[in-house]
Design a protein around this ligand. Structure first.
Ligand code: GUN
Length: 300
């Protein structure tokens, strides 16, 4: 294996430490405790795990964590009423509605009902527009975490060829905007892209965010490239025993690590950075809401 492993777990722990210090300072200097509200509708098991983890880490950095668990049949009217209450609550600086929502709820309508200043996911159309025009916005947490790892590893990204595989609103599109903002030459590839292996082979930076287990093999990777693997896919692992599973990314780790210059592991790469960036966004939102100087290094 030639690649350097980019340790997202360690970097995220460092970032959470930085967030905790800012939270303590905001409390001491301004008497304000940053607060994050997380709304979960239904019982999706993966979402429940994420929400529990977010709540735990929010409390660990000294912020207030407000959890709202609603049953799967909650009406859109009731969900919008909760969001309106959270928008109006001065103790809540960040609001996150865990996705996906049950089918009867209009995801766009719900997301766009969040006050853009409290939209710590950066999914509101105002924040999407601000990001794409290079203005100050709330930046989606997963791509922000990827950008921070890339900047830490490379310093400047200027002039690098970046290929983002995946065009989702949560990761692919905002990732491309952030890389463009850092002066990369950016290609967004997706399921209809022709000659995907050749497109990926031109990349100095590959961000894989498609949600397909080990889809990118090592022979697609340009020697020395940096591979950021956003995928978190659970697959059967009969080698660990009957019924056992394990997590893999969208890239075939061993073969990519042979060729790449640097690579993020799964787990322990992008995942922990996403939550650290959510906490950072919540502190940023709290500072902006209260006219407090924003800490350096916590946003794009
Ligand atoms: N579901 C999967 N990823 C995310 C995310 O980043 N934010 C929210 N709100 N839901 C998600």
């Amino acid at each position: 294996m030639g690649a350097q492993i980019i340790d997202g777990k360690a970097f995220a722990a460092e970032m959470r430490g930085q967030v905790a210090r800012h939270v303590a300072r905001i409390k001491a200097d301004h008497g304000i405790t940053p607060g994050l509200a997380v709304v979960l509708v239904g019982e999706d098991p993966a979402s429940q795990v994420y929400v529990r983890s977010k709540g735990k880490m929010t409390a660990e950095v000294g912020m207030n964590s407000f959890e709202h668990k609603l049953d799967a049949e909650t009406s859109e009217v009731d969900l919008l009423a909760l969001i309106a209450r959270l928008n109006a609550d001065a103790a809540v600086h960040g609001i996150l509605v865990q996705l996906p929502l049950p089918d009867h709820l209009d995801e766009d309508l719900v997301i766009n009902s969040i006050d853009p200043a409290k939209d710590v996911d950066g999914f509101h159309i105002s924040n999407v527009g601000l990001l794409s025009t290079g203005q100050k916005s709330m930046v989606p947490c997963t791509p922000l975490g990827c950008l921070m790892m890339l900047r830490k590893h490379h310093g400047s990204l200027s002039g690098m060829n970046a290929v983002v595989i995946g065009r989702s609103n949560i990761v692919g599109k905002p990732m491309a905007q952030l890389l463009l903002g850092d002066s990369c030459t950016v290609t967004i590839a997706h399921s209809r892209t022709r000659d995907l292996p050749d497109v990926v082979r031109r990349a100095d930076i590959v961000v894989a965010a498609v949600g397909r287990s080990e889809m990118v093999p090592g022979d697609w990777i340009k020697p020395g490239a940096t591979v950021i693997d956003v995928g978190i896919n659970r697959i059967d692992a009969p080698e660990k025993g009957a019924g056992k599973t394990r997590l893999v990314g969208d890239c075939e780790f061993d073969s990519c690590a042979e060729v790449a210059g640097a690579i993020t592991p799964v787990p322990g790469g992008v995942g922990p950075m996403t939550i650290a960036c959510l906490l950072a966004n919540s502190v940023t939102a709290c500072c902006r809401a209260n006219g407090i100087a924003e800490p350096d290094g916590l946003t794009a």
